[in-house]
Design a protein around this ligand. Structure first.
Ligand code: CP
Ligand code: NVA
Length: 298
């Protein structure tokens, strides 16, 4: 039994096979071919933070594969009335085949997983968002081939997405250039572990120069809403706009995990422009997670 709590839960071979399967599943889906790979399976989905893409992609994946998904929020389960997360894990895992948890701290996720008898999937924590990176790397590969040796520019907050890009840089062997303001760096232990794959700079154009992919995320993640004004000031020079994209390779892609704030971390002309693949990136959540579920439920 395996969990998927961070990208480091996959070997390079497993990740490569999983993403090849994701692209295969996408082709089948687009051809109208459905398989009942999840028949009789139930996925419990606990969301302690908001979600559009993660929730819908997992729910649709289970339904399209002949299984079912249960959406559970703290508002209408006993979690919201103080039942320990450990007890919830013990109970749910006796009833369902896998559980996805989107929660506040990464420790809460690992504690939950340690009490679960079935695979647990990280649906986002304060530290990591590995499901998103499966879709991002799938999207990159479909446009540009293998990410190995390529240059990826991360512009903005050193947040859960940035931390996960660091894991991805090691797993898929690409160079990650991170441009973030002072005080908003990713986890120092990750930077130390991935030193051969990471360059940390301050200037977005320096990060984007010659990049094959430019990516960013919101300036204030869920849980940091009260810091929005201070962050807006700190990040004002860290917008992905035409000037930043102009120094990347001419065929560079733009990605954003979404939801996006046009005029803040990305200009409208970039996210709605010809280099942006954000809608396909969002769609690939469905296909990559089907491949992940197949792998975990096999
Ligand atoms: N990118 C992403 O995880 O989106 P949601 O918050 O809508 O799930
Ligand atoms: N960094 C963002 C990602 C949302 C998908 C957040 O944690 O809110």
């Amino acid at each position: 039994m395996r969990h998927f709590l961070t990208l480091t839960d996959l070997t390079h071979t497993e990740a490569t096979q999983l993403l090849a399967r994701a692209t295969e599943l996408k082709t089948l889906y687009r051809a109208g071919i459905r398989n009942e790979c999840f028949r009789g399976k139930v996925l419990a989905m606990i969301f302690e933070k908001s979600s559009t893409r993660t929730r819908v992609s997992f729910e649709a994946a289970m339904a399209q594969g002949g299984g079912s998904a249960l959406f559970l929020s703290p508002n209408d389960t006993q979690l919201g009335r103080g039942e320990p997360i450990t007890d919830t894990a013990r109970v749910l895992s006796r009833m369902v085949d896998a559980i996805i948890l989107r929660t506040t701290t990464h420790d809460r996720l690992t504690t939950f997983a340690s009490c679960s008898q079935v695979p647990v999937i990280n649906g986002l924590t304060d530290r990591f968002h590995p499901c998103q990176l499966l879709a991002d790397v799938q999207t990159f590969q479909e446009h540009c081939g293998s990410p190995q040796g390529k240059i990826v520019a991360w512009i903005g907050d050193g947040n859960n997405m940035c931390n996960t890009y660091i894991h991805a840089a090691r797993l898929f062997d690409f160079q990650l250039r991170i441009a973030c303001p002072t005080g908003y760096e990713p986890l120092p232990e990750l930077l130390a572990e991935a030193a051969n794959h990471i360059t940390l700079v301050r200037d977005p154009r320096e990060a984007a120069r010659g990049a094959h992919l430019v990516t960013t995320d919101v300036w204030a993640s869920m849980g940091h809403e009260s810091e929005h004004a201070a962050r807006k000031a700190a990040f004002k020079d860290h917008q992905v706009n035409a000037a930043v994209m102009s120094v990347a390779t001419p065929e560079a892609l733009f990605m954003h995990c979404l939801p996006a704030h046009r005029g803040e971390e990305v200009s409208a002309e970039v996210i709605d422009g010809p280099q942006s693949v954000v809608w396909e990136q969002a769609e690939n959540r469905l296909h990559a997670q089907k491949a992940l579920l197949e792998w975990l439920l096999r």
